[in-house]
Design a protein around this ligand. Structure first.
Ligand code: UD1
Ligand code: UDP
Length: 353
């Protein structure tokens, strides 16, 4: 029996874990212990995903969110170490690039427990992003690195990882999009015109580099509001807090709604005309649902979307945002970029071996 201990804590990790945990549950020779760090804690940032995606209840909930990076990561590290000493798993599985990812990986490696990293090898080459530090550190202490793309594999090879640690498995978010696409649910709080089929832009904004700078945040709002199309913006709590702190008012054409569930997000992605986002996951989901994406950043880890014409980088420049949104079209040629929808199976099979 392989005992996997999975550390999750932030919204995108619940969605990634839903797919992998389902595969674990179907295997007789795998048991999974789920640890929720508590990094995301509002009901619409956490519980809703466990309920809707039938993720097993976490065996351990650490209740550690908020604070500075050092406070959050340090407190999580200490608490995860105690859980690892009690549970003695065969390996620790972590996802992505959040503070919970780094804390899980670091706690495990210090106890000589093998670390498996899902979404390994992504690089923005911008070390001012907290996520870039988290992912580099996590990759470099991991024993099994599960890369979603050829680009991620290339990054790891250039950083000198031996081939026996590397696995090109595709993207577990693509698996999720295939599994859940037929269960999409329309969110409640939409304007009638959009419910009745009016074209709209789906936007999300939460990246620290955008939210923590009032000029950038107001440029983004300006850019989104000047396209002639209404915008639906499910608002991340971080961004909500910053809009209030900066006293920024939101133009009328931008319909703010609370964070939505994954199945509601799938409805929005399936029904919008174009996506504007600084989210990593949402950039890919735009492509999964056949929508062009305008990325509110200066760089992206998902460079294959730029190369194939699905995505354009616009930073936080109001004029460029609105022009690019007005002209956004999807490429005519289909390309398969994120695997075959069986990434989660490949990850668990590799860990069993
Ligand atoms: C974190 C991740 C980021 C990921 C994002 C996904 C790090 C460094 N960042 O960013 O990589 O893309 O999650 O959404 O790990 N808050 C609430 N309620 C919640 C959660 C957050 O009010 O349920 C507010 C709090 O004021 C909190 C702030 O949002 O301090 C930021 O939350 P935090 O988890 O530190 O970072 P995110 O911006 O969510
Ligand atoms: N998402 C969601 N509800 C929302 C916004 C996003 O379910 O209101 C989902 C989205 O579909 C994707 C994931 O959350 O699967 C992306 O998470 P987020 O943008 O918070 O983080 P990132 O991917 O940038 O780390």
């Amino acid at each position: 029996m392989l005992k996997i201990l999975t550390v999750i804590g932030a919204r995108p990790q619940f969605i990634k874990a839903a797919t992998v945990s389902r595969v674990c549950a179907a295997k007789d020779d795998v048991s999974e212990i789920l640890v929720h760090t508590g990094q995301h804690y509002d009901a619409n940032m956490s519980d809703v995903f466990f309920d809707e995606l039938a993720i097993p209840r976490p065996h351990h909930h650490l209740g550690i969110g908020q604070g500075t990076h050092g406070q959050m990561t340090g407190r999580q590290l200490e608490a995860i170490e105690a859980v690892l000493l009690e549970e003695k798993p065969d390996c620790v599985l972590v996802y992505g690039d959040t503070n919970s990812t780094l804390a899980g990986a670091l706690a495990a490696v210090k106890l000589h427990i093998p670390v498996a990293h899902v979404e390994a090898g992504l690089r923005s080459f911008n070390r001012k992003m907290p996520e870039e530090i988290n992912r580099i550190m996590t990759d470099h202490v991991a024993d099994s690195l599960f890369a979603p793309t050829e680009t991620a594999m290339g990054n790891l090879q250039r950083e000198g990882f031996s081939d026996d640690k590397l696995h090109l498995v595709g993207d577990v978010m693509f698996d999720a999009s295939l599994f859940y696409r037929d269960r999409a649910r329309r969110p409640k709080d939409l304007p009638d015109a959009i419910k009745n089929g009016q074209d709209f832009i789906l936007a999300t904004v939460h990246r620290a580099e955008n939210t923590d700078n009032s000029t950038k945040l107001s440029q983004i709002l300006d850019g989104l509001s000047n396209t002639g199309m209404p915008v639906v913006l499910p608002l991340h709590p971080r961004t909500k807090g910053k809009l209030e702190a900066f006293g920024l008012s939101v133009p009328e054409t931008i319909h703010i709604i609370p964070p939505v569930s994954y199945l509601e997000m799938v409805w929005l992605e399936g029904n919008c005309s174009v996506v504007a986002t600084d989210s990593g996951g949402v950039q890919k989901e735009a492509y999964f649902f056949g929508k062009p994406c305008v990325t509110l950043r200066d760089e992206t880890e998902w460079v294959e979307l730029l190369e194939t014409g699905w995505n354009a980088l616009v930073g936080a420049d109001a004029k460029l945002i609105s022009e690019t949104l007005r002209n956004a079209t999807r490429p005519e040629t289909e390309t398969v970029l994120y695997g075959d929808g069986k990434s989660a199976e490949k990850i668990i099979d590799a860990l069993l071996k």
